[in-house]
Design a protein around this ligand. Structure first.
Ligand SMILES: [Zn+2]
Length: 108
């Protein structure tokens, strides 16, 4: 049984698929990770960064923001929380729809 993540807003996240990915900051090479609770006061709980290599998006790094990390560490213990957060990020990266990220065409 894997530990459940919990957002400071109270939402329990049983599976990485519950998080929402937002592709609004494409030009910043960043994808936002949003809490599944629409009324969450944090909304954005983490990010995934990528870079464009040879015209294709390539994963660079992913992280949850400190308030989310700290809260989960206080709920389930730091070690368990860090392991679960890392695991969740890995699953989120696997879920990225890279076709949503089309690099801006270079003007000729
Ligand atoms: Zn939340």
């Amino acid at each position: 049984m894997s530990p459940e993540l919990i957002c400071p807003c109270g939402r329990i996240i049983k599976d990485a698929s519950e998080f929402k990915l937002l592709y609004l900051k494409k030009e910043l090479n960043e994808i936002d990770i949003l809490c599944p609770n629409d009324n969450c006061y944090l909304r954005e709980v983490g990010y995934i960064k990528f870079e464009i290599v040879d015209g294709k998006p390539k994963f660079k790094e992913a992280s949850f923001y400190p308030p989310f990390v700290t809260w989960n560490a206080s709920q389930m213990g730091r070690e368990a929380a860090l392991a679960e957060l890392k695991n969740t990020l890995k699953k989120l990266v696997e879920r990225i729809d890279w076709s949503m990220i089309k690099p801006v065409e270079a003007k000729t």
